[in-house]
Design a binder for this molecule. Sequence first.
Ligand code: PLP
Length: 387
Amino acid sequence: MPMQPDQQPIYFDNNATTRVAPGVLEAMLPFLREQWGNPSSIYGFGRQLTKPLELAREKVAALINAEPREIIFTSGGTESINSALQSALQTRPQKTHLIATAVEHSATIKFCAHLKTVGLDVTLLPVDAEGGLDLRLLERSIRPETAMVSAMLANNETGVLFPIEEIAAICRNKNVLFHTDAVQAPGKLQIDVRESGVDFLSLSAHKLYGPKGIGALYVKRGVKYHPYIIGGGQEQGRRGGTENVAGIVGFGRAAELAMAHLGEADTRIRALRDKLETVILSSVPGVTRNGSKEARLPNTSNLSFEGIEAEGILLLLDEQGICASSGSACTSGSLDPSHVLLAMGCDVSRARASIRFSLGSYNTEHEVDFVLKQLPSIIEKLRSRSH
Ligand code: PLP
C-alpha cells in the first residue's frame, strides 16, 4: 500500500540525509518569521543578526575543537569540498597535482575529473577489499608538484574510516596540504582538528539533524585560503553571498545537540545496527558485508544479496514504508554500480546487489524488528522470480 503524505517512513537512510531535529527547527523559526534581516545592513534590525551568527560559529567550531575564526559557512558539503581543493590550487599556483582516494564522494571525485579537463593531474588512490588505504602508497604518490591530499574521514556508503591522523602526519612531513571530507562523521564520532592535524575539513548540517543547504569548511589558522564563491565581503571575504541566517543558526544548534548525544551513536545506535546486520547475515542466505567490520561508523551496514539487483529490494522495502539506499544518494535511482564497491574489488553483480542501511537517532528496536521480519520474504520472492 503506498504511503500517505502525512505518514512517517521507517527511515534507514540517515547517511543520505537526516530529519531536522525539533530543537533545531525551533531555533531556526525566529530567523524566518521575525528576524529576517540582512546581517550586512547598517541598521540594527539587520546588524543584530551578527550575534546569533557568531554564536552558531562558536558551536560548529566546538563540534570539531576548532576556533570560531577557522570556520567558513558554505552551502553544504559539496561546496566545502570544492572550495578546499580549489583553494589549494589557487594558493600554490606552481603545484599541478592532487591526490584523492577512489572511494571519495562524487563531490570530490567529479570535481577532480573536472580539474583534469582543465589540465591538472589527479591521482586516485586504490583501496583494499575492506575499503582500507595503503598509507605507504599514499606517501609514495606525493610528488614535488602535489598541492593537496584529500581523503574522507568516513565513507558514506560503507562507513569505513580512514586513519586521518596518520594521513595528516604524512602530508605535514611532505609539506602537502591535507583536506578531509568529514561530512559523515559528526554525531557519530568525536572529531578533533587539533589532534588530527588536518588543514581543511568539510561538514554538512543535514547529516546531523540540521537543515539542508548549509555546511562549513574548517581552514586551519595560518593556512592560506582563496575563496571559491566570490561576491560580497561576507565570512570575512572568504565566501560571498548573503548569509543563510536560519540555516546557520540551525547548524549551530544541531552541532550542539550532536555533541550532547555523541555517546548514543556508540551505544544504542551501534547495538541496533549490529542486531540488524547480525540477524540478516545469519538468517538470509547469500549475504555478504561490504567493508571492514571494525573500522567503520557505528550506524552503517552495507550488505550484498547474491543474485538480485538492489533496485528490486529497495522497491519492495519501499512498499512496506522502509527507506534504504543502494549507495550514495546521488547514484541511487540510477543503475550504475557503486564506484566505492567496485574500487574495493567487488564484481559488478555484487556491487549492484548491495543495500546500505544507515541508522540514526530516531530509529527504534521495533523498526529494526520490522525490517528483519520483512526482508527474508522480500529476498526469497526476488530470488524465486529471477529463477
Ligand atoms: N561528502 C559525503 C561523504 C557525503 O555523504 C555527502 C552527502 O551525501 C557530501 C559530501 C555532500 O554533502 P552535501 O549534500 O551537503 O553537499
